[in-house]
Design a protein around this ligand. Structure first.
Ligand SMILES: [Zn+2]
Length: 272
C-alpha cells in the first residue's frame, strides 16, 4: 500500500494523542494521511474554567497538536463532553466524517471502558463499520470506494477480556515527540487530570523540562503493558533481541465487524 489514510475517532480532544499518538507521528512523518476526530468538545473537563472557556482552550490545544503531529485535520464535534449519546443523529455525524475522509483504517476505543463517552464513541464507530458501505444509509454522503478496516486501541481493562494485540507499534523512537504532543493539551495534562486525581496543590509552573517529561510519562506507563501484550509481534517485526527490549508500544486489535486482514497485513497497515 502506498499512501495510507488512517483516522482515530476518540471521545475527547486528547484521546487520539494518548492512544495513537506515537503511531500517528510515525505515519504522518512517512507521508501518510492521518486524521484525529474527537466526538465531544471536551467542555466539562476543568475545575476552574467555564465550559465555554475550556471548549475554546481545547480547540486551540488540538490545533497545536494537529500542527505538531503533521495531521491532515483534528476535527472536533460540537457535542458536550460527558453527553455523548449513541443515537441515529450521532451515527450519521460520524458516518459523514468517516466517508468524507475515506480511510483505509478506522481506530477507536473498545466498548468496555470506564468513561461513558469512550463507550459511546466505540459503539458509534462500530455501528458505522458494516453500514459504511450501505449506499441508502446517510445518502447525502456517498459511500467510499472501498470498505475500511476497523480496529480498537489499547486499554488496561480486563473485563470481559484484555485487548488482543493484532498489531504492535513501538514508539520509544518518537517518545519525545509523543510527549510534546500530549504537552499541547496543557489544560488536561497539567491542570485538569492532576486536579481530578487528587493533586490539588500541583503547580505546573514549578516544573522544569525534565520534570514536565516525568509528569507526562505517567500516562505512558500503560503502554509498557501494551508492549508486553504485543511482545510476539514486536519480536517478529524487530527481531528477537531488539523486540524483547522494547518497553513502550501502542497495540491495536481488529474489529470482527469489518473486513478481516491477516495479522501481517494489519500490522503493515500501521507501519510507517
Ligand atoms: Zn477520553
Amino acid at each position: 500500500m502506498s499512501e495510507k489514510r488512517i483516522i482515530f475517532i476518540g471521545a475527547h480532544p486528547d484521546d487520539p494523542d494518548v492512544y495513537f499518538g506515537g503511531t500517528a507521528i510515525k505515519l504522518a512523518k512517512a507521508g501518510h494521511k492521518v486524521k484525529f476526530l474527537s466526538l465531544t468538545n471536551g467542555d466539562r473537563g476543568h475545575h476552574i474554567l467555564s465550559p465555554k472557556e475550556i471548549c475554546a482552550v481545547r480547540r486551540k490545544e488540538a490545533d497545536k497538536a494537529c500542527r505538531l503531529a503533521g495531521l491532515v485535520e483534528y476535527e472536533i464535534f460540537d457535542i458536550h463532553d460527558c453527553h455523548l449519546e449513541v443515537n441515529l443523529e450521532n451515527r450519521k455525524k460520524v458516518m459523514r466524517s468517516l466517508r468524507n475522509f475515506a480511510p483505509d483504517l478506522v481506530i477507536t476505543h473498545r466498548p468496555c471502558d470506564y468513561h461513558p463517552d469512550h463507550r459511546a464513541a466505540a459503539q458509534l464507530v462500530l455501528d458505522c463499520a458494516y453500514i459504511c458501505m450501505v449506499p441508502h444509509f446517510c445518502e447525502d454522503t456517498p459511500i467510499p470506494e472501498k470498505s475500511p478496516v476497523f480496529a480498537h486501541c489499547f486499554d488496561l481493562f480486563r473485563d470481559p477480556r484484555p485487548q488482543r494485540a493484532d498489531a504492535a507499534i513501538e514508539f520509544e523512537s518518537v517518545m519525545d515527540e509523543k510527549l510534546a504532543l500530549l504537552s499541547c493539551h496543557h489544560s488536561q495534562f497539567f491542570e485538569w487530570l492532576p486536579w481530578i486525581s487528587g493533586m490539588k496543590d500541583f503547580d505546573p509552573g514549578k516544573l522544569d523540562d525534565t520534570a514536565r517529561k516525568e509528569h507526562l510519562m505517567k500516562w505512558m506507563q500503560r503502554f509498557r503493558t501494551a508492549a508486553d501484550n504485543g511482545r510476539d509481534i514486536l519480536k517478529k517485526v524487530h527481531g528477537a533481541e531488539k523486540g524483547a527490549k522494547i518497553c513502550y508500544a501502542e497495540t491495536f486489535e481488529q474489529s470482527p465487524y469489518s473486513i478481516q486482514l491477516p495479522q501481517e497485513e494489519f500490522q503493515a497497515m500501521l507501519m510507517p
